[in-house]
Ligand binder design. Structure first.
Ligand code: FCB
Length: 487
């Protein structure tokens, strides 16, 4: 779908042309810029943690069960033409009722962690005020099941399913929504952090803000420009900061909290010291209204200059809140945003266009560039001195046609993952502090505006029967986890 081409390239101009060719699957050149560590060159560091990720609206279903309130995705999916196959998350893969079977699958894989999200309207049907105890009960059951299986829960507070009532009061255009998010974070923290010790605030601000409020292809389907869009961006980072503070204030001591952001990543087209520096500079600017302001506590000069009179309205205190200290940074990493070379002219880098022949996975936006798994965490570590990084998402849409024996031999996904993991291991070998990896996704599920037409799971779901069948990639991942190395 053409709109997906721009999904991860909000400042880069249109899609494919924004990226440069690089041979898929070729061995990386090892220009080491950090000293090699004591780790064996064949695997990930001891204690590296493996898991899978999902999100509430994409897997839970049960949208009208046990007092859950409506979310903006329920509303959006009902509008004709919004979802490619006219579907919604109403039933999805029924994780709400089948979570035990799903946890058993994780256990079979050997996963040590699971990243799920809490549906805000399930626990606060109106967004604020009265809690829905039955909603909390579900997360209690899920967490207990995970812990009994020896799998550590990592909870994301917001993966895009805003309570509809808050949208009606202005949604992310209103500062009240950021404040409501802080209150919600505080109440979830007091309820769950006796067992959930790791919390992500917001999943991919960049995606939900840009796709939901600029291009309008995601809920709530708005096409704002100028000042209004910049204000939404500001409220999203403010909400993150308020949630960090809320988790610290209301969570059990030692609860760890941070963002899960899809950092837009510039990759040096050729690895020279100058080009690497240029790629860092470009990455800092590409993320100016998101990760950069969260890490630095200021909007970059270039961002403010480009915004001009449309710059967001904010106070110095906002910037302090936004940059509240986090315990880790989660990075969702799929494809490079740009390939760059150094330039003597401002802004210090030029973009290398992507060739039309450049390959991609089943989703056109998912161009192949597995080296981004090296550069994204390395840039974050270098630019902002981040000490603990998780890859909170990485994965691929693939062909996924079951063979006559019923198995999905998703060799294309296996190749994608293997290459990504080799580049990620290059990062850990070089001392980049990546502590764990969450594969997107455990199961096929509702892929937003693509509906069920695009599958990202390593476990196939027959949507008519809800039967789960591990794909070849699930066996591959099981092997990776067992070896603690790309398999
Ligand atoms: C990420 C989203 C996730 C899923 C994957 C494919 O941007 O966070 O929900 O859609 O892409």
């Amino acid at each position: 779908m053409p709109f997906r081409l721009t999904r991860r390239a909000w400042m880069t101009g249109a899609g494919a042309a924004a990226l440069a060719a690089t041979a898929y699957g070729t061995a990386h050149t090892t220009v080491r810029t950090s000293p090699p560590t004591r780790r064996a060159a064949t695997g990930f560091p001891d204690g590296f943690r493996w898991g899978t990720a999902t999100s509430s609206y994409q897997v839970e279903g049960a949208t009208q069960v046990d007092g859950r309130g409506p979310s903006i995705w329920d509303t959006f999916a009902r509008e004709p033409g919004r979802i490619r196959d006219g579907s919604s998350g109403e039933t999805s893969v029924d994780h709400y009722h089948r979570y035990k079977e799903d946890v058993a699958l994780m256990k079979w894989m050997g996963a040590q962690t699971y990243r799920f999200s809490i549906a805000w309207p399930r626990v606060f049907p109106d967004g604020r005020g009265k809690a829905n105890p039955k909603g909390f009960d579900f997360y209690d059951r899920l967490v207990d099941e995970l812990l009994a299986a020896g799998i550590e829960p990592f909870a994301t507070l917001y993966h895009w399913d805003l309570p509809q009532t808050l949208q009606e009061r202005g949604g992310w255009e209103s500062r009240d929504t950021a404040e409501a998010f802080g209150d919600y974070a505080s109440r979830v923290a007091s309820k769950l952090t006796d067992r959930v010790r790791q919390v992500f605030t917001i999943n991919e601000m960049q995606t939900f803000v840009e796709q939901g409020h600029r291009s309008g292809v995601f809920a709530p389907g708005l096409k704002l420009d100028g000042a209004r869009l910049n204000q939404v961006r500001h409220h999203a980072v403010l909400a993150h900061g308020l949630a960090v503070q809320a988790v610290r204030a209301s969570g059990r001591r030692g609860t760890r909290v941070g963002p899960a952001e899809n950092i837009a990543t510039a990759v040096p087209a050729i690895e020279t010291v100058e080009n690497i520096r240029a790629a860092e500079l470009a990455t800092r600017e590409l993320n100016a209204p998101y990760l950069t302001v969260m890490m630095e506590g200021r909007y970059t000069d270039a961002y403010l200059a480009a915004a001009g009179a449309d710059a967001p309205r904010f106070t110095p205190q906002d910037l302090k809140t936004i940059s509240s200290k986090v315990d880790f940074v989660g990075l969702n990493v799929y494809a490079p945003s740009k390939y760059v070379l150094a330039s003597e002219a401002a802004p210090g880098f030029v973009e290398v266009p992507l060739q039309a022949s450049h390959p991609h996975m089943a989703s056109p936006w998912l161009t192949l560039g597995p080296e981004v798994l090296y550069w994204a965490p390395r840039h974050a570590a270098n630019l902002w001195k981040v000490k603990d990084i998780f890859i909170t998402e990485n994965g691929a849409s693939a062909t996924d046609e079951p063979a006559t024996d019923g198995t999905v031999y998703d060799v294309d996904r296996v190749m994608y993952l293997r290459n990504c993991l080799m580049h990620l291991q290059r990062a850990t070998d070089a001392g980049v502090p990546v502590r764990g990896y969450f594969l997107w996704s455990l199961l096929d599920n509702f892929e937003w505006a693509d509906g069920y037409a695009t599958r990202f799971g390593i476990v196939h779901v027959d949507y008519a029967t809800q039967k789960r069948t591990p794909k070849l990639s699930a066996s591959f991942y099981r092997e990776v986890i067992a070896r603690n190395a790309p398999a």
